[in-house]
Design a protein around this ligand. Sequence first.
Ligand code: CA
Length: 223
Amino acid sequence: MRVLVVEDEPDLARQLTTALGDAGYVVDLATDGEEGHFLGDTESYDAAVLDLGLPNVDGITILERWRRDGRTLPVLILTARDRWSEKVAGFDAGADDYLAKPFYMEELLARLRALVRRAAGHANDELECGPLRIDTRGARVTVDGNPIKLTAQEYRLLAYLTNHQGKVVSRTELTEHLYDQDFDLDSNTIEVFVGRLRRKLGVNLIRTVRGLGYCLTQADDDA
Ligand code: CA
């Protein structure tokens, strides 16, 4: 999952990028409004954490522009405490959730998980497909109840495919949502990860759709 953080306070920006990175997200940070708007407008994100008080362009304006231009990504705004009018303006501009500063990082992570989950149409923290179960809170994966040990990269890939199960996901989409720009990716990397995942899962859930990408679905020919 790729998350955009738009926050100009250096300490908070650092805490956010660290906590989100530790939680398995790929994080892009913008420290002013102009850059934040540009990234959200041109890159593909699974969610954004948007501060309202920003240099150059304020958060409400950014959000209004994104929504006007059809950007539907879930957005969690960061507001100043006791400024109820900011929350109202934020929701009116198209925010999906808010947190008042200061906040506990755990709460931010929980709210973000909920936003990403709802955007994908899921009601709780468990993803499942046939014998596969993923607990997204603890990043735990089981097949038929047996725990499967995955690397962080493999987990991200599997969670993304499971979040979008039944849909064909292209290699480009996977690359954009799962890896940092500086991650060394050649055209075979995704294929290698998929191959390893298939072996570790031991069940036929990830299908290759020739020329298009991958699709995670429940096997209908369980021999
Ligand atoms: Ca600020």
